[in-house]
Ligand binder design. Structure first.
Ligand code: NOJ
Length: 771
């Protein structure tokens, strides 16, 4: 009796004590993720669960020592912005040695287009149409970032952007759902080294967190953080595919967008985060709110106070809260009161623990931090860079827009005048979101050209202009300031600089003007109403033109610019975007013909801001503008020529290519069958070069209005002079299917046009019928 009365009491005590006494990840379960995570979850207190959802940054509000204490108390799940082993090691030690449950921290960072080595910005990578090159950049970035202790990147940015006023156009991969989806896949594969969802990443891989879910690139008017209101059909057909492609490729994370989606902020959008992401797409990974987004639910006007904001976000499916403290403050009370079921909290915590498991952190918490004795002596050492791939990819990312009279390539024996505010601009060369790239390590165009001409021609240099003389803009860019000298202003009078540039040009055989934007002009929060070159640069170009010397424009910018005067007056124009650490060498390689440009525009370039949007794959109209016919009562702007200044897919080469007519294997496709479309490409010029053969399809008559054409496949290939190659595209129903008015994804029977070209407008056409 005595024995039996004591037993229940002891058992109850033991049950109470169990989580405390034995609390820690159970190594015996390490090979069974669901059991391992469930076991850990079972041991966690409410506060510890909430702590796992907190993602914070070391900074003035949270000095490192205080952060370590917070971690030891089980109140932090991870940090972002800490990429220094010396900083991370004590934090991870606090987690795995001092916190009750020993749950490791995760370290996140924005690794976008490189990490220590900067590769071209997103638009540049997209211009390569080279998926191996894109994959290589993400792989290289992962190797560098993981060596800095990074476990997860907030990338890739796959927001379709059709309004270049939006500053983050630079960060994404352009206007086309198919191309961006291919890139999304390649980036995820690169970051994760091909590791699929739910498998444990290796030491030199980092988890990809695709962003910004969803539709961030469609903010109204291109004004950052503005609303998005969009029909479901457009959403499904045009804007959602790239996020889905990243997830299908195995992305372990998703960052939620700051904007609203049809009246509901993404951060509290249950349809988006539950129904679409988790139920329809089957995503099993971690979601991150964007910086402060949960707090912003109050400003959006959907939450009365922080308590309601926290409740909306957790219920919608936001797992980790970035930078705001509302989960920490409010979730315990919300769970205790029953307003938020424990199950809802558990779901979020399970995803965070699962992501940490997939990052390999439970197997080895110091996997990417390593041992102190192995710390690189100098984090910024040049030996840590990958310069060769950076130069190679940058060469591939440039688009030759114009080349009259074969002005390019320039002979190496020439005397070249290099002018322009971006000719010697190492910070701008890196582009924004350039990770841990060091501007002093980036090669400017001036350096690249000097090196290329060494012992042969002569390089003369004059700055010629500042990027802009608009003081308010300079002040704004300096306010964004990520670096010590964000905007470099020459104090001389603008005319004095122009006079010097003109005098320099007069001594040269050819003038190269490096013009465009400073990098901060194409960034988060950097929307523009005008897309022309700032006046200071226009004045410089006009003065250079008046010298009568051949004028080559090297454009550096993070979004499509309106280049009407430039197109009419420049002899050659090379769009280089922001080309990264090795940009100067790569551009010089192209200018002097050591590399033959092969990039194609991933986004159309408009003639004016008023003409936006100019995306090529717009839905068909009842009164389309028809070239060559009188323009009355058709859809047009009567005060400007129609169509993009340079269309999607455009890009010249130093050689010429011709394309045969299209041959189809059959004029009929049975259900479940295939049709093969083939063309022969010939290099008709005198040097080897690469081009991109592009396959477009039009659904001739469907149940809903469909685009005039849509990119469905492409092939980049190298041809020697005189060489011919046949390119075959296999067309199955997947290339014909779309989301109809009921959001069913299917291919409707009927006629389809197949168009193949070297850009989106000059195409050869054939038709077939789907039975
Ligand atoms: C805000 C940006 O919108 C997002 O893209 C980024 O990942 C976070 N800040 C963290 O830096």
């Amino acid at each position: 009796m005595k024995f039996t009365t004591k037993r229940p009491a002891l058992a109850a005590l033991a049950a109470l004590a169990a989580p405390l006494a034995f609390a820690q990840p159970n190594p015996a379960l390490i090979d069974n993720k669901p059991a391992f995570v469930a076991d850990l979850l079972r041991q966690m207190t409410l506060e510890e669960k909430v702590g796992q959802l907190r993602l914070i940054s070391i900074g003035p509000e949270m000095p490192a020592a205080q952060l370590a204490e917070e971690i030891a108390a089980g109140r932090v799940g991870g940090t972002f912005n800490s990429i220094n082993h010396k900083e991370q090691r004590p934090l991870q030690e606090a987690a795995v040695n001092r916190s009750r449950l020993k749950i490791p921290m995760l370290f996140a960072y924005d690794v976008l287009h490189g990490h220590r080595t900067s590769f071209p910005i997103g638009l540049g990578l997209a211009s390569s149409w080279d998926m191996e090159a894109v994959r290589l950049t993400a792989r290289t970035a992962a190797v560098e970032a993981s060596a800095d202790g990074v476990d997860v990147t907030f990338a890739p940015t796959v927001d379709i952007s059709r309004d270049p006023r939006w500053g983050r156009t630079s960060e994404g991969f352009g206007e086309d759902p198919y191309l961006v989806s291919q890139i999304a896949r390649a980036m995820v594969q690169g970051f994760q080294n091909g590791t699929p969802a739910g498998k444990v990443l290796g030491r030199d891989s980092i988890m990809a967190s695709v962003k910004h879910f969803a539709l961030y690139g469609a903010v109204e008017g291109g004004r950052d953080y503005n609303i998005v209101d969009m029909s479901p059909m457009r959403m499904y057909n045009d804007y959602l595919p790239p996020y889905k492609a990243a997830i299908d490729a195995g992305a372990g994370g998703v960052m939620i967008a700051l904007n609203t989606v049809n009246g509901q902020p993404a951060t509290s959008n249950t349809w988006l985060l539950q129904d679409l992401l988790r139920k329809d797409w089957g995503f099993r990974g971690v979601t991150f709110s964007d910086h402060g987004a949960i707090t912003e639910l109050m400003r959006h006007g959907v939450a009365r106070d922080e308590r309601e904001a926290a409740k909306l976000a957790i219920k919608a499916g936001v797992d980790m809260s970035m930078a705001d403290q509302v989960y920490l403050k409010e979730l315990p009370g919300l769970v205790k009161s029953g307003e938020v079921p424990m199950k809802t909290l558990d779901n979020a915590v399970r995803e965070v623990l699962g992501a940490k498991y997939d990052m390999g952190l439970f197997h080895a918490p110091f996997l990417r931090i390593g041992k102190a004795e192995d710390d690189p002596p100098d984090l910024k050492a040049d030996s840590r860079l990958h310069r060769a791939p950076a130069r190679d990819v940058a060469r591939r990312s440039m688009v030759l827009l114009e080349n009259r009279n074969r002005t390019l390539p320039i002979a190496k024996g020439a005397t070249v005048a290099l002018v322009g505010p971006l000719a010697d601009a190492p910070i701008d060369m890196m582009g924004v979101w350039s990770g841990q790239a060091v501007w002093k390590q980036s090669v400017t165009l001036r350096t690249g050209m000097e090196k290329a001409l060494e012992g042969q021609g002569r390089l003369l240099y004059a700055r010629g202009a500042n990027v802009t003389e608009d003081k308010a803009i300079v002040e704004y860019l300096n306010f964004l300031n990520w670096d010590e000298h964000e905007v470099v202003q020459d104090k001389r009078a603008p005319q004095e600089m122009i006079d010097e540039a003109v005098a320099t040009a007069k001594q040269a055989d050819v003038v190269v003007a490096a013009v465009g934007e400073s990098r901060g002009m194409s960034h988060e929060s950097s929307s523009r109403t005008r897309l022309d070159l700032p006046e200071s640069q226009q004045a410089l170009l006009k003065a250079l033109k008046a010298t009568g010397k051949p004028l080559v424009l090297v454009l550096m910018n993070g979004r499509p610019l309106t280049l009407n005067w430039e197109k009419a007056n420049a002899d050659a124009m090379l769009e280089t975007w922001f080309a990264g650490t090795e940009g100067g060498h790569a551009i010089a390689d192209v200018l002097f013909g050591d590399a033959n440009p092969s990039g194609k525009l991933p986004i159309s370039l408009p003639r004016s801001v008023g003409q936006i949007p100019t995306y090529y794959n717009h839905p068909r109209l009842g009164r389309p503008f028809t070239p060559g016919k009188p323009g009355n009562y058709t859809s047009q702007y009567f005060d400007e020529p129609q169509g993009a200044l340079y269309p999607f897919g455009h890009g010249l080469s130093y050689t010429d290519f011709s394309l045969s007519d299209v041959t189809l294997s059959s004029a009929r496709m049975p259900r479940g069958g295939k049709v093969e479309a083939s063309v022969t490409v010939t290099n008709t010029g005198e040097r080897a070069g690469e081009t991109v053969v592009q396959l477009y399809i039009q659904d001739v008559a469907a149940s809903v209005v469909r685009p005039v054409k849509e990119l469905k496949d492409f092939r980049k290939l190298m041809l020697q002079p005189g060489e011919k190659k046949e390119v075959r595209f296999t067309i199955g129903e997947d290339k014909l299917a779309f989301y109809n008015a009921k959001l069913q994804y299917l291919a409707e029977p009927g006629e389809f046009k197949v168009q193949i070209g070297l850009d989106s407008q000059n195409v050869k056409e054939q038709g077939f019928e789907l039975k």
